[in-house]
Design a binder for this molecule. Sequence first.
Ligand code: ADP
Ligand code: MG
Length: 602
Amino acid sequence: MKRTRGFWCALAFVVVMAALPLIPATPEFWITLLNYIGLSTLVVLGLVLLTGIAGLTSFGQATFVGIGAYATGYLCIAHGFSPWLTLPIGLALTAALAYCIGAITMRLSGHYLPLGTIAWSISFFYLFGNMEALGKYDGLNGLPPIRMLGYSLEHGRDIFYLIWLFVVLAIVATRNLLDSRPGRAIRALRGGVGMAESFGVDTAHYRIVAFVYAALLASVSGWLYAHLQRSINPTPFGLNAGIEYLFMAVAGGAGHVWGAVLGAFMVTLSKDQLQDLLPRLLGSNGNFEIIVFGVLLVFLLQRAPDGLWPLITRWFGGSAQSARALPHAADAAALESRARPAARQIVLQVDRLRKQFGGLVAVSDVSFALRAGEIVGLIGPNGAGKSTTFNLITGVLSLSAGAVSFCGERIDAATPRHIARQGIGRTFQHVQLLPGMSVLENVALGAHLRSDVGLWRAALRLDRKEEARLMACAQRQLERVGLGSFSGELAGNLALGQQRILEIARALALDPVLLLLDEPAAGLRYQEKLALAEVLRQLRAEGMSILLVEHDMELVMSLTDHLIVMNFGSLLAEGTPGEVSANPLVREAYLGELEESVPDHG
Ligand code: ADP
Ligand code: MG
């Protein structure tokens, strides 16, 4: 296997770090700083996932450091527990608390979310400071050192290895997680919530998963801190510390795992230097470094909004988007597929469907049916209500009146998630992809419901078999639509037409019974349109039912079995392409547009 330059850099970093405490000449002070950098890295890694990747800003991570620290402090001092027993207890307590706090605050959006995290961060600071059992503002003193393999980790040089072992484990686990089924769901939280829900991703659940994961890393950091310091008080677990952690994440590069390490290094080292330098320059004492950090942060956000890690990787000639090796997809077993309705059986029944936006009736009492193995075209001028009809069928919008049944089951009150589970796959009129994710991963998101790998299996890398099956499925769908050779490309680098085709592959990955395509040919060149038509014909031959919104009349007329024409929200006409194109009402609505494009359909 060919090693990348990044691998050698990481290896050199590990070797230097491992050697430092063994060299007697290394100043004690360096070790202390490195220990604190390791502790911060753990917390910031959580923030990379939570804030950088999932887009959920938290100022309150120091609280969970405090919970880990106080849990072990209290249990060791008041009850004589061993630190190795308090670690799992502290983690369980953190998970329970984070779950409750997350269930409330992670629903908030926009500015309310960071404000929410500030609120509970302040509350916990006062709680720590006012509880008799936790020693109030004086805190707890005389914690025992951690004992390991017969050694007591009393000195900085001893606990150094334990701290950095946890950092390495956390880096590996986080990288594993990001490259997995739950990881893709978490990566979709930023900018892809509606799309992800349409493929069955429970985004509210994954917000909490990301939050609890970040809290657990912070809690481990607190446990280590308590036994390094041997005494704790509320100050390092307050809002200031929370802001500093967030600063580290943003400065390092909140979207990248290695950005956490870089951020923790930079901020800890420069804070140390500034605390020396500034009082000497200014001639008086005070926390002046906070002001410098504030100015630096503004500068950074303007010059390098993604933090410094992407800049550094670019200097080294690499890409910040580390392409991970794909699991061996070739010999992966195919995913199970769902049972399909018999040919000609009614798949979708829309009955007097109605949608009002205030005074505007966007869809007015529209009824139609779609049978298995049929391509039905839904056409009409702009604003006729076609996309709204799609959104009503897929549960994105709620109905004003009417009924929608899918394979005999009413779905008009169901959520997009439930509808996806039933077997309706869709594309969007305005392409909804995750541009920073590979083409293959975008498609794999469509197969989310066909696997059940969760957080821990992913973090521990016990998901490779299932992951290989998902990836093989995604690759097959890409080949089906003719994008097989683009799987490693970033989705954002594709041309718009290709992105639309990618959306079809993603919908196919769901193993749908019914496919809803909203203007799939928009932006395609002539040859690409022909290829698309061929793909859709092939799908129909395999028994797929397709509802197609499309403006290209030649494509619609040559491809569809049945046409539904909407105008101003109402059903204008329906029938075979031949019948519809002969209909004077339709001709009027289209102002003769049909004439040139209708082939002899009889
Ligand atoms: P089409 O897809 O056929 O071009 P749409 O279904 O997008 O048309 O829109 C139908 C009508 O409903 C348009 O007049 C549009 O402005 C209106 N409309 C669509 N979505 C909304 C919405 N969320 N709020 C208000 N009006 C909407
Ligand atoms: Mg539309």
